[in-house]
Design a protein. Structure first.
Length: 507
């Protein structure tokens, strides 16, 4: 059979889709990147203004931060197509400093946070991502979707009735257009169509311009006017450290999410120190700092189909052009259009499979508990970082309890040369959660004077276990019983030799 033209088309791998060089050779893919950048830029404007208000600073500071973060991270970041800009989490962390000490101290904290992130990045903090369980990741995604949706609710309250049919029309377009064609990103079509309807029909509804004044000039070098003293460091240090950790956690979690969506791997260490570089640059241009933006990233990657650094770079460039050069045009975009896009992102981001009855029935209760804990805490605090930390802690506790139950202690007794001899065979991993119960598994008062504890099937993991063994042997000693501990592997033997009888006999 003759080969069709389709048979000769090369297979494009996910890694090639991420390549800037390969994308520049393909007009179709380049168009996707350009239009995705434009859509993200339009969506960034009201978000940056809103986050500026949360932080208590001029809207221009948030807009300039979004520009510098996006452009800088496009070059130094480790996750192609991920969007970094001013974010609500950073605004919440830094707002008290703005209120108490003003913008100069606030910008100094942003720069110091960037320095911390660079240090954490090169020291390998990104490797800690491997300790975040899947159930926490699912909870993170679901909480994110809920927060994105909740952030749009205020835009639907106390508004003219005309806003609601426009939002519905936007949702119809954004969900329906991809089934017809993907030549143009559906979110961009929503923005154009709803803006045209609003302008030509002269509808009196909320617009982007109502959110705040747009800048009319380019950002410049900004040196914070703060004294270089220990007192200044004491003021900004806690805010900078909190900003660094929150920003890194959100960015690395977002990078992991994009990895899953695109079936590719990213350089987490580079992303970590890249976020620091971007915040340093942003600080010295008078911006409020930021981190990866999950909602805008999902618009870029999932809704618009972008895969390379081109879209990230252009998102920043288009943002600056739109607010400085085309501010008059941007200001008439109805908020209804952006609300429809963000609701779509929320619905598309939520892991609906995770809450299906069949899934919940199969899933271990501990896994569901971890997911729910992550969601509840994140939504309650409006802080993804806190939610993830709580989720990891709950997962650790659940894991420790589950593993602790896997330890078994079997007792056998035999008579050798007329003397009774008891042997306890211990199987399972011994650490703080399981070794604390180990002490209660022995018959100290009734056992013979010769006892052997066989640990061939065990491993000693921590000081709690060594202390428990010391307590057991000490308890037997008070009853006049000789105890032999046998079967320790090499690592366990070394730990017991190093710590045995040096931790006290408490249990």
């Amino acid at each position: 059979m003759a080969a069709t033209p389709l048979d000769h088309q090369p297979v494009i791998t996910p890694e090639q889709l991420q390549s800037v060089r390969e994308t520049r050779k393909s007009p179709g893919r380049l168009k996707t990147e350009v239009l995705a950048g434009l859509v993200v830029a339009l969506a960034l404007i009201p978000e940056a203004i809103a986050f500026s208000i949360i932080a208590g600073v001029d809207p221009r500071i948030g807009l300039f931060a979004s520009f510098t973060m996006a452009v800088t991270i496009a070059f130094v970041g480790g996750r192609p197509a991920m969007i970094s800009a001013a974010t609500g989490a950073i605004a919440l962390v830094i707002a008290p400093l703005v209120a108490s000490h003003g913008v100069d101290y606030f910008v100094a904290a942003v720069v110091l946070a960037g320095v911390f992130q660079v240090i954490l990045g090169v020291s390998g903090v990104a490797r800690l991502m491997r300790f975040i369980p899947r159930s926490v990741m699912v909870g993170f995604v679901n909480a994110l979707a809920i927060l994105i949706f909740m952030s749009q609710v205020p835009e639907l309250l106390g508004v003219p009735l005309l806003v609601y049919p426009l939002v519905v029309l936007g949702l119809v377009i954004v969900f329906g257009l991809p089934k017809i064609t993907r030549a143009v990103p559906a979110p961009l079509v929503v923005i154009v169509v709803l803006t045209a309807i609003t302008v030509f029909a002269a509808l009196a509804i909320p617009t982007v311009g109502d959110k705040g004044e747009l800048p009319s000039s380019l950002p410049g070098l900004f040196i914070p006017n703060v004294p270089l003293t220990l007192e200044t460091l004491q003021i900004i240090f806690p805010f900078a450290l909190a900003m660094a950790f929150v920003g890194l956690l959100e960015s690395l979690m977002t990078a992991k999410l994009v990895d899953d969506v695109t079936d590719t791997r990213s350089h987490k260490t580079r992303e970590a120190w890249g976020q620091g570089v971007a915040n340093i640059v942003t600080g010295f241009t008078g911006g409020m700092g930021g981190c990866a933006m999950i909602g805008q990233t999902m618009i870029n990657v999932k809704a618009s189909g972008a895969r390379t650094r081109i879209s990230t770079f252009l998102a920043g460039v288009f943002l600056l052009i739109l607010v400085v050069v085309l501010g008059g045009v941007v200001s008439v975009i109805p908020m209804a259009a952006l609300v429809a896009v963000m609701i779509f992102v929320a619905i598309a981001t939520f892991d609906w499979h995770s809450i299906q009855p069949s899934t919940l029935k199969r899933m271990p209760k501990s896994e569901t508990t971890v997911m729910l804990a992550t969601v509840i805490v994140t939504v309650a605090t409006h802080n993804l970082a806190i939610g993830v930390v709580v989720g990891v802690v709950v997962a650790m506790v659940a894991f420790a309890r589950r593993v602790a139950h896997f330890v078994t202690v079997d007792r056998t007794e035999e008579t050798i040369n007329g003397d009774r001899h008891a042997t306890y065979t211990v199987n399972g991993e011994l650490f703080f959660a399981s070794s604390n119960d180990l002490y209660t598994q022995f018959d100290y008062a009734t056992d013979p004077h010769q006892v052997t504890i066989d640990l061939h099937g065990s491993h000693l993991w921590d000081a709690s276990t060594i202390a428990a063994l010391d307590a057991i042997t000490e308890k037997y000693r008070t009853h006049g019983t000789d105890v032999a501990i046998v079967g320790l592997n090499e690592a366990s033997t070394m730990m017991r030799e190093r710590l045995g009888r040096k931790l006290g006999a408490g249990h």
